[in-house]
Design a protein around this ligand. Structure first.
Ligand SMILES: [Mg+2]
Length: 405
């Protein structure tokens, strides 16, 4: 009779024939031997590819900060010496982080030198080195960092949210409607509801009268059951913010993002002290020390985390955890990412208890979707694939058309 190790444990040790201390000692020894046989894979990043690309949009994005009619992003692809490929994306938004596609490519070349030759699992050290190399440039840092997570997940054969510590596997996202007339906003809102979304984010920040007229039109169009949240994108003065928010409170608003200009913490606090709607810091909060500032000043109730402001998943996680220690809820939002960057953001949402809101809808404005796999949105619910890493790839047909910088 052939006795396997497992069979031996079950028959002799498990049944107690070799019981007591000797049994436990033997069991421990055999398990340690089993464990030692699982190799710890060690590999290094060999190649870094930086791939700028553009996507046409099905709509012009009108917000208080200005209008955007095309998406100009950057993919990065990292390859380990044993052939594992990780993908990342930067979606630079000049008005918010000071980055453009061109600056992402230029700085990306420098940052590539900090990534090449490194063990992908030394992620915290690589993030620290990128921060030390140059402050800012968060979008291209986020692209490289999410590609490292993608590789780590593939090596560990686990989805990224499992590496971070899974809290939830599905969650709700809103869908955004941009600044327009009250009639057009009401029509757009009805379309969002028809698509199955239960929450609508409405861009505001024009004037108290115009914003109130739009909120009224949207609430009347969608009825009382749909959640509404607003984002002023720094468009109001502190006084106008108070007037606007007091006027729209009656329409049932969950929270308001960034009522005043990003550097005006006193203005943020003034608004927070004078309205009933919770105030969420977005453009004021890029990185972990910004959320500390907001907490110290009692200027915000919530935070909108974006990988493209924070510089990646790890920095986003730090923001969430600082906010959590201040009993504060977070949202994870986006710039104009494809489902690649959005999927990395979704893994962050899946891993943090106090990230209770999501605004991961950017890909709906794109005329095409160059990502295979990744997060899916159905009836407003986001789900992540049960696959290692980010769980996606860039469509090879799309990739073929790109030129590495
Ligand atoms: Mg915002």
């Amino acid at each position: 009779m052939r006795v396997t190790r497992k069979g031996f444990l079950r028959t002799f040790v498990g049944a107690g024939l070799a019981g007591g201390f000797a049994g436990r000692w033997l069991e421990g020894l055999l398990l340690a031997q089993e464990r030692a046989k699982v190799p710890v894979r060690s590999t290094r990043i060999r190649d870094v590819e930086i791939l700028p690309f553009s996507l046409a949009q099905n709509t012009v994005i009108h917000i208080a900060l200005g209008s955007v009619s095309t998406t100009d992003n950057v993919f990065v692809r990292l390859r380990t010496e044993d052939g594992v490929v990780g993908s990342g994306e930067a979606s630079p938004y000049a008005a918010i982080t000071g980055e453009t596609q061109q600056s992402n490519v230029a700085v990306g070349r420098n940052l590539a030198d900090l990534v090449r030759g490194r063990d992908p699992f030394s992620l915290a050290r690589i993030v620290a080195d990128m921060e030390a190399f140059a402050p800012g440039n968060p979008s291209i840092k986020a692209a490289l960092e999410m590609a490292l997570w993608d590789i780590c997940g593939q090596i560990a054969q686990q989805p990224v949210h499992a590496l971070l510590g899974t809290y939830r596997e599905t969650f709700e996202t809103d869908k955004t409607i941009f600044i327009d007339t009250p009639e057009a906003s009401a029509k757009a809102a009805k379309g969002v509801v028809a698509d199955g979304f239960k929450v609508i984010k409405i861009k505001v920040g024009e004037s108290p009268e115009k914003d109130a007229a739009r909120l009224r039109a949207v609430r009347e169009a969608v009825g009382p059951q749909i959640g509404l949240r607003v984002d002023a994108n720094q468009g109001w003065t502190p006084g106008d913010a108070v007037r606007s928010l007091r006027a729209i409170e009656q329409y049932g608003v969950q929270f308001c993002e960034q009522p005043v200009v990003y550097w005006d913490w006193d203005g943020m606090k003034f608004v927070r002290d004078n309205v009933g709607i919770p105030i969420m810091g977005d453009e004021s909060v890029h990185v972990p020390h910004d959320v500390m500032e907001g907490i110290r000043r009692n200027a915000i109730d919530m935070v909108n985390i974006k990988l493209m402001k924070a510089g990646g998943v790890m920095q986003g996680m730090r923001i969430a955890q600082i906010a959590d220690a201040a009993n504060m809820k977070c949202m994870v939002g986006c710039m104009q990412e494809t489902r690649l960057g959005l999927t990395a953001a979704a893994h962050l949402v899946a891993s943090q208890k106090n990230i209770e809101y999501a605004d991961l809808d950017a890909f709906f404005v794109h005329m095409s979707d160059p990502i295979i796999g990744g997060m899916q949105v159905k009836n407003g619910m986001v789900s992540l694939p049960r696959a290692p890493g980010l769980g996606l790839e860039i469509d090879p047909a799309f990739l073929k058309k790109l030129k590495a910088a």
